[in-house]
Ligand binder design. Structure first.
Ligand SMILES: Cc1cc2nc3c(=O)[nH]c(=O)nc-3n(C[C@H](O)[C@H](O)[C@H](O)COP(=O)(O)OP(=O)(O)OC[C@H]3O[C@@H](n4cnc5c(N)ncnc54)[C@H](O)[C@@H]3O)c2cc1C
Length: 437
């Protein structure tokens, strides 16, 4: 089955203040754009990164045709929730969809980290961030995907049920892409291919054969529970070697996750579901109500985590983005946010290339790599540190971690620095609303 989406609904042009719909501003660039042939950009993967790029290309006014090739026959069902941090929200603002996203999700005012069984600990309020989006938003993946897909515009389409098999190169540049769908094999012309196809990318090998793809000792049991009353924050309840997280993601849904080491996941799932529910409620009494309707292990999604890291972000007209390059631990809540920031930065580079008929794509893709790689590298090392500290079973380490977070949260300067670091605003972060911060 091949389903074509993307042309049904018009994007909310100019509905939100920060959308950049205009072609490149100076007159000569505009004239060059007018004589440039329509460029074909093919995006592999219709996740947040791929759809975000299509939306950002439209917001940047890039004169190009965009085709998104997605392996799944349709968008996947919701199995977990997403916290959009200030960096991701700024990217959504640049795409012109922030208002819709806020409307569909839950606005959150702080991150709270508390010791298991307690009710208070470190509280980091987003309001201390000096910027336009000093909050976070909890949202369900399908709601976010729907907002992004709606706005991709008439020159873009999503082809579901197309698995990318191969890229064809001629004269040192990508020229075609080969897919398989239930109807057979297909070839699509491409001036640029973007690999937004996640951790197990099939495009990455054409750019970065030496990229790191590293499973880490972390497994999650995830429940989309019922509503949680009176909570407007991201909460993490910490015990040695354990972590219970909680994020309101819709008026009637709470994303709840339980982190253990990989080799413990099977044992966790062997216990009766009632015992699992009671154990989570002991760790964080606040989850008792949202978990009250949980009756079956089939409603608990299980996943383990792989980190990725690459030095090379583009080659021969092929660029990478999102988890393909820098998948991180969900407890940092930065994977989707960074994919959205990548999308805005890459769209700007591609819009400049579309306006310059004589340039090769790689001279513009280099700017994208230069603007984004430092932050992704930082997040890769931070991710490893966070994984190690989450699974460490030493009670002393857990106490030290909580103690230092509490101390930092009490001081305005250290609180802000900490929040900026964990929400992807530092260091050397590309600012989607105006270059490198
Ligand atoms: C439990 C959990 C909780 C998370 N919580 C958060 C959070 O709170 N905040 C946050 O920022 N991040 C979070 N993340 C991370 C976030 O989900 C990812 O970082 C994000 O989805 C990456 O987006 P992407 O578009 O790069 O890749 P993906 O979302 O993985 O999308 C890749 C797409 O490519 C498609 N594809 C793969 N191969 C092919 C092929 N050969 N041909 C065609 N299509 C292909 C796939 O089907 C998929 O749709 C969480 C992740 C998990 C697992």
């Amino acid at each position: 089955m091949i389903m074509t989406h993307g042309q049904q609904r018009a994007a909310p042009d100019g509905a939100f203040g920060e959308a950049r719909q205009e072609p490149p501003a100076d007159g000569s660039a505009r004239r060059r754009a007018q004589r440039a042939p329509m460029r074909e950009i093919v995006i592999v993967g219709g996740g947040f990164g791929g759809l975000g790029l299509a939306r950002a290309l439209r917001a940047a006014g890039a004169p190009c045709r965009v085709r998104i090739l997605e392996r799944s026959p349709e968008p996947p069902p919701d199995r977990f929730g997403i916290t959009l941090a200030p960096n991701g929200l700024r990217a959504l603002e640049a795409m012109g969809v922030l208002g819709e996203v806020v409307e569909k999700g839950c606005m959150l005012d702080a991150i709270e980290v508390v010791r298991s069984g307690r009710t208070s600990g470190a509280r980091l309020e987003f309001a201390c961030l000096k910027q336009r989006t000093p909050y976070a938003v909890g949202i369900l993946p399908r709601a976010l995907q729907a907002v992004l897909e709606q706005g991709i515009g008439p020159d873009a389409e999503v082809l579901y049920g197309h698995e990318v098999l191969d890229l064809v190169f001629r004269d040192g540049r990508v020229r075609e892409i080969v897919t398989r769908s239930p109807a057979g094999q297909h070839r699509f012309p491409a001036h640029v291919v973007v690999g937004a196809d996640g951790v197990r990318s099939s495009v990455r090998k054409y750019v970065a054969s030496d990229a790191v793809v590293r499973p880490v000792d972390e497994a999650y049991q995830i429940v989309l529970g019922g509503p949680v009353r009176g909570v407007r924050s991201v909460q993490q309840h910490i015990a040695p070697g354990r972590l219970l997280g909680l994020v309101p993601v819709a008026s009637d849904r709470t994303f709840i996750f339980w982190l253990t080491r990989r080799n413990e996941a099977a044992a966790v799932r062997q216990q009766p579901i009632e015992r699992f529910r009671a154990m989570l409620s002991r760790h964080a009494p606040v989850v008792e109500e949202p978990l009250s309707s949980l009756r079956d292990w089939r409603d608990v999604f299980s996943t383990s985590i792989t980190l990725t890291h690459s030095r090379r972000w583009y080659a021969r007209g092929v660029a990478l983005l999102g988890d393909t390059l820098h998948a991180t631990t969900p407890s940092l809540a930065q994977g989707a946010n960074m994919a959205l920031v990548d999308a805005v930065c890459l769209a700007e580079a591609l819009a400049r290339w579309c306006a310059s008929p004589d340039d090769t794509p790689d001279s513009h893709l280099r700017r994208y790599q230069d603007a984004r790689r430092a932050q992704a590298t930082f997040q890769y090392y931070l991710g490893q540190l966070v994984v190690r500290s989450s699974i460490a079973t030493s009670p002393l380490l857990a106490r030290c971690k909580l103690g230092s977070l509490e101390a930092m949260s009490r001081n305005p300067m250290s609180r802000r620095l900490l929040l900026e670091t964990i929400t992807g605003l530092r260091p050397l972060a590309y600012d989607p609303s105006g270059g490198v911060a």
